[in-house]
Write a protein that binds this ligand. Structure first.
Ligand SMILES: [Zn+2]
Length: 627
């Protein structure tokens, strides 16, 4: 017991109202003609009570309570009361199970507002995660580790994800990879817009280093039409042609931008059954990290079928909202209209699996120097030879005509916009569309977002006030600051980087932030995003403007209730209040403010989550934790 209290020092409660200051907030929303709402007890009993905890409600006042009671309902679950132990225990009946939290912190289930989910399970189970690799050695080790884990037969593919050449002492090459995997084709996807392969892949394409007759046209020289961010990496090597050594610059296996099209053989796409399994692995992995809700911005018919099948089998462990992404980014308004006329619904599903909204894209990213920006990317003189302002998919009038087709049919819109000009187009067009919708329907409930929303504060294009005025949501991904801080900073310059995803300025301006990992590009742990919001520190230890950090309360709001709002679910999800579903996470922590005082603690908490409840039932339960 002494060891226990040493390990868990008494929480500093001086800053916050004590749990027992709270009146029990009883469920007056429970229908059933419950007469007494203030007295607690009698009419409704709880299936579960958790007590003696630090229950971080994330309600309007960010109250912290001792206990919480909930019951199961035909629709799932319902929180009955949150408050002091004494008040909540009034909901105890003969069948009620009670858990003593021993002072631990409980938070609402985390919601990730932007996570490309469909391959997460496949990756967690079958692929190498290279996002934490900081050197050529780490990349090679990552592939070697996968080889050891999978023990693949000769010729079968090995796939990895998340490399970023900015992080290494030099770009790695296929010869580095060949040293550990001479017999298996290897495909490693960059964090964004890039691909690297080993020599076995070129061999599958019929290319032999020592036989110039097998070399494709692009082997020694770039094809026509390459733009500034398309690149084939080459290196001088000595090869043997007809028994004679010859020195030539040949591809190293690394490709950026459209150059990835040079690689014409790819690993086989996962079979449907693997996709269904992946939903189980993927949602299990997310609930291990405390995530109970996921917004997948790359939804569509194919992945939806896999999600539905997993749901039918009881394998969906977290709630899922699919945002519909299609080919319409470049389609004409007429094509888009035909497409959406064929889908007679814009909001489908139940609280576990929903389909709502559309995702679009206007520009690229800061790591690949392709955000649409007013000021060119740094070092263009050396890198591109001409000022590089990034790119954009559509001009204003065309994009406006496109968007009208979906908003007129009641769909929400979310547009990937990273550069300040990209953001400006999105925000300006949203304002025009919102004005015209609200002229007809003043109560229209529009929750449209700027996805990524890197640069809202540029001197020329400052859009904070306009976003706040129109209620446009900044769907930010703080983890980029952590894992790509260096490349972003090199490309944008430290001065502009200081304003990238300005968390505090967003809050101060009254812009709602919905936080997501952008897994697919970023690592999927939501705790990285929390760390980045509290510190703005990157993997190399550089802090990108401490003025723009926020505290634990606002960060948690952004990860829970704001994301629930983003998905039109705040009435029933996103905080621990009577009437809402019992989605919550028990942390091995005694005081939530400790994460603010010492953000490095986040990495312990991330890996020691004790329990994740979705609809009141454990989707994840740590071994040894009694519930
Ligand atoms: Zn994304």
């Amino acid at each position: 017991m002494i060891a226990q209290s040493l390990r868990f020092p008494a929480p500093d409660r001086s800053r916050r109202p004590r749990a027992d200051d709270l009146v029990a907030v009883l469920s007056c929303t429970v229908a059933l003609g419950l007469a007494a709402c203030g007295g607690g007890g009698g009419a409704v009993t709880a299936d579960r009570i958790i007590r003696n905890g630090q229950i971080v409600t994330v309600d309007e006042d960010f109250r912290i309570a001792e206990a919480l009671a909930y019951r199961f309902t035909p629709a799932g679950s319902e929180i009955l009361a949150v408050g002091s132990d004494a008040d909540v225990m009034a909901f105890q009946g003969p069948e009620t199970e009670v858990t003593d939290l021993e002072g631990r912190v409980v938070i609402p289930g985390l919601v990730d507002s932007h996570l490309h989910f469909s391959l997460l399970g496949i990756e967690a189970e079958f692929e190498a995660d290279l996002r934490r690799a900081m050197s050529v050695f780490d990349v090679v080790q990552g592939v070697a580790g996968l080889l050891e884990k999978r023990t693949p037969t000769a010729g079968s593919w090995l796939v990895g994800r998340g490399w970023d050449e900015y992080k290494y002492e030099r770009p790695f090459t296929r010869w580095d990879l060949d040293a550990v995997t001479p017999d298996n084709p290897v495909q490693l996807n960059r964090v964004y817009r890039g691909l690297a392969v080993n020599t076995a892949v070129f061999e599958l394409m019929g290319i032999r280093d020592n036989d110039p007759s097998t070399w494709p046209a692009w082997w020694l020289e770039d094809p026509e039409g390459f733009t500034l961010d398309d690149k084939i990496f080459r290196e001088k090597r000595t090869i043997t042609v007809n028994g004679r050594p010859r020195e030539v610059e040949i591809p190293t296996g690394m490709f950026l931008g459209n150059a990835v099209r040079m690689v014409t053989v790819r690993p086989p796409a996962p079979a449907f059954e693997d996709q269904v399994q992946a939903v189980r692995y993927g949602t299990e992995e997310m609930t291990r990290l405390g995530v109970t809700g996921i917004v997948d911005p790359s939804g569509g018919g194919g992945v939806m079928r896999a999600y539905q099948e997993a749901y039918r089998r009881g394998w969906l462990k977290a709630r899922m909202l699919q945002v519909f992404e299609g080919m319409w980014n470049t389609q004409t308004p007429t094509q888009i209209a035909a497409h959406f006329d064929a889908i007679p619904f814009n909001d489908l599903g139940d609280r576990w699996l929903r389909w709502r909204g559309t995702k679009w894209q206007i520009d690229g990213g800061a790591g690949t120097r392709s955000s649409w920006v007013t000021e060119p990317f740094l070092d263009w003189e050396k890198i591109e030879g001409q000022p590089n302002y990034g790119y954009h998919w559509a001009e204003n009038d065309f994009r406006l005509a496109q968007l009208r087709q979906v908003v007129d049919r009641g769909w929400d819109v979310h547009i990937h916009s990273t550069g300040d000009l990209g953001m400006k187009q999105t925000v300006d067009l949203y304002a025009i569309l919102m004005d015209s919708i609200k002229a007809v329907n003043p109560n229209a409930n529009l929750r449209w977002s700027v996805i990524h929303a890197y640069l809202p504060m540029e001197p020329e294009t400052n859009m904070l006030a306009k976003m706040a005025e129109y209620g446009i949501i900044a769907a930010v991904n703080p983890s980029f600051i952590w894992h790509q801080g260096r490349s972003f900073s090199q490309n944008l310059g430290a001065e502009r980087m200081a304003r990238l995803q300005p968390f505090r300025s967003y809050l101060r301006a009254g812009v709602k932030m919905a936080v997501g990992s952008d897994y697919g590009t970023s690592p999927y742990s939501p705790w990285i995003g929390l760390y980045a919001m509290l510190t703005r520190k990157d993997l190399w230890g550089t802090v990108h403007n401490a003025e723009e950090t926020i505290g634990i309360e606002d960060a948690l709001r952004a990860m829970t209730i704001n994301n629930a709002y983003y998905t039109h679910a705040e009435e029933w999800n996103g905080s621990l209040e009577p009437g809402k579903v019992a989605d919550m996470v028990v942390l091995d922590l005694q005081d939530i403010y400790e994460l603010e005082r010492d953000p490095e603690r986040i990495w312990e908490v991330e890996n020691t989550i004790l329990l994740t409840l979705v609809d009141g039932r454990p989707s994840y339960q740590r071994e040894g934790f009694r519930f």
